[in-house]
Design a binder for this molecule. Structure first.
Ligand code: SF4
Ligand code: SF4
Length: 453
């Protein structure tokens, strides 16, 4: 029996999301912090291209696994998925049309570094309603700190050229910005750059936490791509982090700095994933992000050869569920191993988190980052805890207000009026309400200078 023919099992269906990596970890860039580049070593000798038969099986199983839902998302990621070329995605669309149920909508998303996007790609994305996630780390200097090519050359201009094609052709896109030691201290200018220079209306900020062991730390500090000699395969182990990794304090400060601008000017106009997730938790709804949900396990990763892993952050042998060429995806998604993976997020939460006043919003963060000890010595505290606490405490009052507005059927954007009137009466030399320690007039009371964009 070929992979295309595996019958759909009759097991419980529950919502899940799958990131497929048709080119595996292969990328045309060599971003220094990208530990995923080292996953190439898990598949030495591979061509790193998803075969047509597997693509067919993947799309069929994905549609079957979702049952009669009105919409199924096909999410492409990497490495760099555009390395597969347009024909690969054209074939994928053929399979989507073939396997979709009557009336069912298939939505395609693709995460890209943007450097290979030209007018033809942009037209293809627009014509087929792709939602494009573009990796951009901020203004030129901040972006180029780590986002470089195989020769170590900066990529800012190539990314902006790709973005220009997306915007010219009216492609739906969102910005994915990783936070690291170079850009985390520049929350306001990163946000203003994405909003005003790039025209982003949807943003995700992803903290870089590159975990490693004391033994591997010097190698890890050199990076994970082809430029690094003797790179180890990245694993979620060890309690050291690279010099590039963001600290909890930096992460919290970044989010607060962005929030204080967003809540004054952009509520309802700019979507920042973390703020939306926080609002969902304050409102009492399930948030869209696994990291701040009680349990997880519904965001899996598919390698180019059909290997299915528990999560994009756990593409490592211990978290391999199986291959969709041998067992139907639905069986793997619903396996006891995967259910345990998701439940462990809650079951391994330290007492310190259970007693925390913002646990309802935080839920301990992602298990991959839980390698610190609590103040009383219990293992398993999130490396970013200080940032989570600072941010969730800081936004408690405005989140209550916005959740209250939602409950009354009113727009959360009305909160901006409160800020306008409070700011109108704020003395210039008062401390800025962002709690960063600077005067209002020199901090959030002043627009970000265009020279910093
Ligand atoms: S391990 Fe982290 S990223 Fe993966 S599904 Fe769980 S919370 Fe999400
Ligand atoms: S803020 Fe810290 S203590 Fe509270 S739930 Fe999150 S990780 Fe745990």
């Amino acid at each position: 029996m070929s992979t295309v023919d595996l019958p759909a099992p009759t097991v419980r269906r529950h919502p899940f999301h799958l990131l497929a990596k048709p080119a595996g970890a292969i990328c045309n860039l060599d971003c220094t912090y990208c530990f995923f580049l080292s996953k190439e070593l898990l598949y030495e000798g591979s061509r790193f291209r998803m075969a047509d038969e597997l693509l067919d099986a993947y799309i069929r199983q994905l549609v079957e696994a979702h049952g009669p839902v009105p919409e199924v998302t096909v999410a492409w990621q990497g490495g760099e998925p555009t390395l597969m070329g347009l024909d690969f995605f054209r074939r994928s669309l053929e399979y989507e049309r073939r396997y979709a149920r009557p009336g069912q909508r298939i939505v395609n998303t693709i995460q890209t570094n943007g450097t290979l996007i030209d007018a033809e790609w942009a037209r293809f994305f627009r014509d087929n309603d792709f939602l494009v996630g573009l990796s951009v780390d901020g203004p030129r200097e901040l972006h180029d700190a780590y986002r470089v090519d195989k020769g170590g050359k900066p990529t800012f201009d190539r990314v902006m050229r790709g973005l220009g094609h997306l915007r010219t052709h009216g492609v739906q896109w969102n910005a994915l910005t990783t936070l690291h030691d170079a850009n985390a201290g520049h929350g306001r200018s990163v946000y203003a750059f994405l909003r005003d220079y790039c025209g982003a209306t949807h943003m995700q900020f992803i903290p870089i936490v590159e975990r490693t062991t004391p033994h591997d730390l010097p190698l890890a500090n050199d990076g994970w791509g082809a430029r690094a000699k003797d790179r180890p395969v990245y694993r979620q182990e060890g309690d050291e982090v690279t010099d590039r990794s963001v600290t909890g304090q930096q992460y919290g400060r970044f989010l607060i700095d962005v929030f204080e601008d967003w809540v004054r000017h952009d509520v309802g106009r700019v979507y920042v994933q973390m703020f939306d997730v926080a609002l969902a938790n304050w409102y009492g709804e399930q948030p869209s992000l696994c990291v701040h949900s009680r349990t997880c396990g519904s965001a899996l990763a598919l390698e180019h050869n059909g290997d299915l892993y528990s999560c994009d952050h756990f593409v490592e042998p211990d978290h391999l569920l199986g291959n969709i060429g041998d067992r139907h995806m639905l069986e793997l998604v619903d396996s006891p191993q995967q259910r345990k993976f998701g439940q462990d997020k809650y079951d391994t939460l330290p007492r310190y988190c259970h007693d925390c006043d913002v646990r309802f919003a935080c839920h301990g963060g992602c298990p991959k980052d839980r390698f610190d000890a609590t103040p009383d010595g219990e293992p398993g505290l999130n490396h970013l805890c200080a940032g989570f606490k600072a941010f969730f405490h800081h936004v408690d009052r405005p989140m209550r207000t916005m959740a209250g507005l939602l409950r009354q059927g009113r727009a959360p954007a009305l909160i901006m009026r409160e800020y306008v009137s409070a700011d109108a009466n704020r003395p210039h030399n008062a401390l800025c309400p962002c709690e960063g320690g600077r005067k209002w007039a020199r901090c959030h009371g002043k627009p970000v200078p265009t020279s910093q964009l």
